[in-house]
Design a protein around this ligand. Structure first.
Ligand code: NI
Length: 189
């Protein structure tokens, strides 16, 4: 089921998502299905559960969108479409890497964000199998962005004071629902 995407300004996006108890969670399938459907409908490459109003520690991402990109490392042991339950970034290393980010909750805004280029991540997949792996380039970038959502952080929180000031007006328009969109959103005000 396609769900409305929670827009910038809603307090759920600022909240730390709850760890999923996998022993009790048999209803994850419909949540995961809804996340994929909602993400593809909005032409996104990743989505975190709080963005559809569920404050749980899970995100999904489809990396195939970046296959042609220079920073794409296809030898990484990660599926093109990957579910990340209770993900934990264990370490970040490498050079600072600048890349323009956007977010389904912050439509029509894209800004350069600086992040480390290599990460080590631990997560559980939809079959409840644990993984631990190193990721780099675009794959690491998408994971860092989505992982931030689970800690109540948005890419706009990573911008300089100056850049944030410049986009403040646009952000206000989004939280007020004053935007044109081709997917369904839920606005706070
Ligand atoms: Ni996002």
């Amino acid at each position: 089921m396609i769900r409305p995407i929670i827009a910038y300004g809603d307090p759920i996006l600022k909240k730390k998502a709850a760890i999923i108890n996998i022993n009790e969670s048999n209803d994850l399938t419909s949540l995961i299905d809804d996340m994929w459907e909602t993400m593809y409908n909005a032409k996104g490459v990743g989505i975190a559960a709080p963005q559809i109003g569920v404050s749980k520690s899970i995100f999904v991402a489809d990396f195939s969108f970046f296959e042609e990109e220079e920073n794409f490392k296809s030898e990484e042991l990660i599926n093109m479409q990957q579910v990340f339950i209770n993900p934990e970034i264990i370490s970040e290393a490498g050079e600072d890497f600048i890349y323009p980010e956007g977010c389904l909750s912050i439509p029509n805004i894209s800004e350069n964000v600086v992040r480390k280029s290599i990460i080590k991540i631990k997560f559980i997949d939809q079959f409840f199998v644990s993984h631990e792996m190193h990721c780099s380039g675009i794959i690491a970038r998408v994971i860092q962005h989505e992982h931030d959502h689970l800690n109540g952080l948005l890419f706009t929180d990573k911008l300089s004071y100056k850049t944030r000031k410049l986009i403040k007006k646009e952000l206000n328009l989004i939280s007020n629902g004053d935007i044109d969109l081709n997917y369904d959103m839920k606005f706070c005000k």
